[in-house]
Design a protein around this ligand. Structure first.
Ligand code: C5P
Length: 217
């Protein structure tokens, strides 16, 4: 069993790196942020109270298929891939991710997946809460400016019209919310390897992690 936990703040390269590792080691890749984003999307879409949200989450199945995020809610399928990445949903996500009832449902679903299969999971609390006994734990960081630059290029590449300073402000705000909440905050696990990727290419980060995996044997 190989379970790799990748945590870190917004835009630190978690998903890009995780996808590369999943391919290389033939692991299931789980983007745990997509669960929280879907929760925020449901809250807005169905105009739910926070109390209703946990119930909706229990009824809904989230499917991560290739690069798409689909949800099955009572037999109705929604493709939420693009909508869950909007800046409004990103901010809303960080708000609802602080609610213990929401985290509890989502964490249980993610723990169940990690129990069954070898995975690489990325998020904020994977090494600390979801897979505390993961074989490999990595904490990725990068300066806020660099992370905003990466997000900016990604969104511009998708043809979206975004303003760099607004994006930077949102990233800083989201980090603050995520690191300061009382349940499962964004935090490096004591036994995680920390990699500052500010001046590293994707290939360099992947090869550093490969070295860590080899060393662990
Ligand atoms: O990783 P991503 O940027 O898509 O995550 C969106 C938000 O979901 C984060 O800012 C955080 O509030 C929340 N999240 C979380 N725990 C995780 C993954 C994401 O609280 N494991």
């Amino acid at each position: 069993m190989l379970r790799i936990a990748i945590d870190g703040p917004a835009g630190s390269g978690k998903s890009t790196i995780s996808k590369r590792l999943a391919e290389k080691y033939n692991l299931l890749y789980i983007d745990t942020g997509a669960f929280y984003r879907t929760a925020a999307w449901m809250l807005v879409k169905f105009n739910l109270s926070v109390g209703e949200l946990a119930n909706y989450l229990k009824r809904c199945r989230i499917m991560l298929e290739k690069d798409r995020v689909l949800i099955d809610l009572d037999g109705n399928i929604y493709d939420v891939t693009d909508e869950i990445r909007s800046p409004d949903i990103s901010m809303k996500t960080s708000e609802i991710a602080a609610i213990p009832e929401v985290r509890s449902v989502i964490t249980d679903q993610q723990k169940a997946v990690a129990k069954r299969s070898s995975v690489v999971m990325d998020g904020r609390d994977i090494g600390t809460v979801v897979i505390p006994d993961a074989e490999i734990k990595i904490f990725l960081t990068a300066s806020a400016n660099e992370r905003a630059k990466r997000r900016y290029n990604e969104l511009i590449g998708k043809g979206l019209d975004v303003d760099f300073d607004t994006l930077l402000g949102e990233i800083v705000e989201r980090d603050k919310n995520d690191a300061n909440r009382s349940v499962a905050p964004l935090k490096k696990a004591d036994d995680a390897y920390e990699l500052d990727t500010t001046d590293m290419s994707i290939d360099e980060v992947v090869s550093e992690i490969e070295k860590i995996i080899r060393k662990k044997g």
